[in-house]
Design a protein around this ligand. Sequence first.
Ligand SMILES: Nc1ncnc2c1ncn2[C@@H]1O[C@H](COP(=O)(O)OP(=O)(O)O)[C@@H](O)[C@H]1O
Ligand SMILES: [Mg+2]
Length: 958
Amino acid sequence: MLAGSAFMAVSDIGDRRPGALPDVPPRPRYPLKGRSPALVGRAAECRRLDELLDTARAHRSETMVIVGEPGIGKTALLQYSLAAASDFQVQRAAGAESEMELAFAALQQLCAPLLDRLERLPEPQREALAVALGRSSGPAPDRFLVGLAVLSLLSEAAADRPLLCVIDDAHWVDRSSIQALAFVARRLLAESIAIVFATRDLTPELERLPSLRVDGLEDDAARTLLLSAVSGPLDARVGERIIAETHGNPLALLDLPRGLTTTAFGGGFEPDDPQALPRRIEATYRARMAALPREIEQLLVLAAAEPLGDPVLLRRAAHRLGLDFEMISEAERVGLISSGEKVTFRHPLVRSAIYGAAALNDRRAVHLALGEMTDPGIDPDRRAWHLAQAAAGPDEQVALELERSARRAQTRGGAAAAAALLKRAVALSLDPARRVERALAAAQASLQAGAFEAARALLWPAESGLVDELQRARVELLDAQIAFASSRGSDSPALLLSAARRLEPLDLRLALSSYLEALSAALFAGRLAAVGGRARDVAQAVQAAACTGGGRSATELLLDGWASLFTDGCAAAEPTLQAALSAFTEGSIAAEELQLLWLATITAPVVWNQTQWDALSRQHVEAARNNGALTELPLALNSRSYIHLFRGEFDAASTLIEEARVAVDATDASLTPWGQLALGALRGRAEEAVPILDLAAADASERGEGISLTVVAWARALLHNGLGQYDMAVAAAEEALACPTHSAAAAWGMVELVEAAARIGQCEAAHEAARCFAVIAEAAGTDWALGVSARSSAVAGAGDAERLYGEAIDRLERCGMRVDLARAHLLYGEWLRRENRRVDARVQLRSAYDEFASMGMEAFAERAGHELLATGETVRKRTPETRDDLTPQERQIAELARDGLSNPQIGARLFLSRRTVEWHLRKVFAKLDITSRRELATALSRSEFRSVDVLSARSRVT
Ligand SMILES: Nc1ncnc2c1ncn2[C@@H]1O[C@H](COP(=O)(O)OP(=O)(O)O)[C@@H](O)[C@H]1O
Ligand SMILES: [Mg+2]
C-alpha cells in the first residue's frame, strides 16, 4: 500500500498545503491486449481468477461471470486474466450495443479462429455450427445443437493446451450467441477450459453461472488511483469527497477529476440512482468533446456509429461526409479514443456519450455514409442496419434489405435477430399490407426465439394495420400459439380452436394444422383445459368442419380418427386411428413436423397397439436425434421409455429416463418426468416414488399440464396396488379415470380400478370398470388389450375365471407385455389359492414372483411372496446384492460405451464434450477395475442391479 500511504501523507497535510503528487506508475490509458494492467487493489478478485486458471491447468473447466456497473473495472479484470494466462490459448469476443441484432455475432468472433477444427466435430453438430456461422446453408439449426457444437469445438481446441475464453460486455452480446455460450458454460466439465464473462447485468442466460460481483475499490486503493489521475496538486478534502461520491468506481476516479479544478468538483450525485454515476462520467466526456472543433466531433460521432472500429471503412465514410479522417488524432490527444489497427474508445461510456449527444441529423448522416460505404456483397446485414438507422421515415427499399437480412438470420437459426430486424422493417414499411406481413413475420420469429412478450407486442401493429380477413385470422392463430408456447396453458386450446375455425374458409392447410395444434394442446391440458377448449370441443369442430374430407394423409387420418373417437366412440374411430399410425410408420416425417410424431406416438397406446407404439416412439427419438432437434428430445425420450417399462425392460427404460433428465436440464425444458414417475411406481418403493409423484402433480397443476395429472394418478394407483393399499389405489384410479381426453393413462387407470375395487369388495365398481375396459379392448383387438381385458374380467368375476386367466396369460405372453403378464400370473395364483388349489396356485405365484423379482418390481414381488407363503411355500429374503458404486451418470456412460457408442457419440447423447466422457469413463474403469471397453459388458453384468429379494423356494407340499 505504498501509493495509498502516499495519499494519506497528502491528506495529512492537505488542509494546510496541498501535497505534491508522489511517483506512481503510469496508468494504462487504453485497454491492453494481453499485458497485465497495473491493477490497484482487487487482490481477492485476482485470486479468484488465478484459481480459475489453475483449475483449467488441472484439466477441469470452470466459468465465471464478472458483474458490475460501467467503469467498475470488469474489463481490467479480464485483462488481468489474459495476462495471467500466458500459457493458455486465448479466444475473445465482446458484445457491442449495435450488434445485438446480428445473429451469432459474438460466436463468430469467438469461434472463427478455431474453425479449422470444425471437421473433427460429429455430425450433425458440424453442420449446425457451419449454418449458424453462415458458412454453409441448410435447415435452421436447433439452438441447443449449436451450443453443443461450440462445446465440442472448444473442447477440441483445448486438447493440446488449456483454453481461456473471454467474453466482454456480455450484456450486449446477441441473444443467439449468449444462449449458446451459456449452454456451453453449463455443460463444461473436464476440458481444461476457463470461460470468463463480464457483464453489467446478469441476464437470465447468465444467471445460473457462478458469478463474481465487483464493487468500488477500497478507500486506500481508490486514493492511489485518484492520485495517479490528477496532474496537479489535490486538496485532501476534495480527494475524499471524490472517493465517497464515486464509491470507488475506477473509471470515475480516473476521468471525473480530469479538466476540473479541484474545487469545482463535488455534489450533484443522487446516491440512490444507479445511473447517476455513469451519466456523470458521460457528461465529462461530452464536455471534453465539446471543446473540440466541430469537424472532430463529427468524426467521433462517425466512429461511435461504427461497431467494428474499422479504419478503412471509417476513412471512406469520412471522405464521403467531406471530413478528413486524419484529424481524429485530435480526439486521441485528449484521451477519448485510440486509433491503430482499430479505432477504440477509451471506454464504452465514451461511445455512448458521444452517440447519445449527437443531433439526430448527424447520426443519420453518419449511418448513411457507413451504409453506403459497406460492401453489400460482403456485409449486407451491417449495411442494411446502417441504412435503417439513417432512414428518416418509411423507406421501402431499406425495409426490403432488412427483410432479406432477417431471412438470412432465420436460416442460420438466429430467430431473435430476425425478429429485431423485421421489427425495424415494420417501422420503415410504407405499404400497409407489407407492414402487416412483416409484423406477423416478426411476431413469428420472436415466438420461435422464445421471446413471448415481444412476440405479443409485435402483434399490435399487425392488428391495427389495414388487415384482410386472412391476416386477422393469422394474428389470432399467432396469439394462440404464443399462449400455448409460453405456458402450455389451459386456455390455449380454446384460442387455437377459434383461430382454426376462422382460418377454415380462408386457408385449408393452415386450418388443418391449427386444428391439430388445438388437439395437441387440448390433450396436453387434459382436465385443466378451459371451457371451449376441451378435446371434445376440438373433435366436434373438426367433425363439423370436415375439412379433412378429401385427403388421406397421415395427419388428416390422425385428426379424423381423434375427432371420431370423441364423437362416435372407440369402435368407430379405431380403423381410422390404426390407418393413421400405419401411415406414420410407413411415411417419412419432415423435420418441421416432428411434433406430430408425439401425437402419433401417444395415440398408439390409446388403441393398445404395442407394435406401433414401439415403432413410432423409436422413430420419434431417432428423428429428434438425427435432426438435432434437441428441444424435442425430452418429450420423445419420455414417451419412448414407456414401451420399455411395459415390457419390463427397466434398464433400457432407465437409460432413456436418465437421458431425458439430462436433456431437460440442458435445454431448460419444463416437462413432467413421465418416465421416472412410472418407473418409480413400478419398482414400488413408496418412500422414493411418492415424493416424485407429489412434486410432479404440483408442478403440472401449476403449468396447466392436465395430461400429467392423469399419468400421476394412474401411477399412484399402480403403486398402491403393488403395495396392497387398495383403498388408496381405488381413489387414485378414479382420479385417472376422470380424464376427459381418452388418454392411455385413463384407460390404464380403469384397469387398476378393477383390481383395487375387487380387492376391497366394491364388486359393482370393479364390474363396471371391467365392462368399460372390455369395450376399449374389443375395439382395439390386440393381444395386449384383450389379454388385459380377460384378466380384468376374471378379477371382476365376470365370467369363467379359469378360462379368462388362461386367455390373458396366452395373449400377454404372445405380445411380450411382461408387466401385465406377471400381474396375470399373480392374480390367477391369488384366485387359485382362494379356491384352495394350493399346488396350482404355487405354480402361478412362483412365476409371478420370479418375474417381478427379475424385473425389479419390488412391491408386487412382495405381494406375490406373501401369497406364496400363504400357500405354504417358504420365501427366504435375501438382502439385495451390493451394487458397484457407479453414479447414475457413470452407469449410463458405461452402458452406452458397452453398446458400442464412441465417446463423441456418447457426448452428443448426453450433451457433454468428448473429453468429459473420457474422464467419466476413466473413473468407471477404475471403479469396475477394468482396463478396456471390451471388458465393460462383463463387468456391468457382474454389477447388475438386483434389487429384489430372490425366491429360494423349498416346497412344503403337503
Ligand atoms: N483496479 C484497477 N486499478 C487500476 N485501474 C483500474 C482498475 N480497475 C479499472 N481500472 C481502470 O478504470 C477504467 C475503467 O475500467 P474498465 O475495466 O474499463 O471498467 P468496466 O469494464 O467495468 O466498464 C479503465 O481505464 C481501467 O484501466
Ligand atoms: Mg468494460
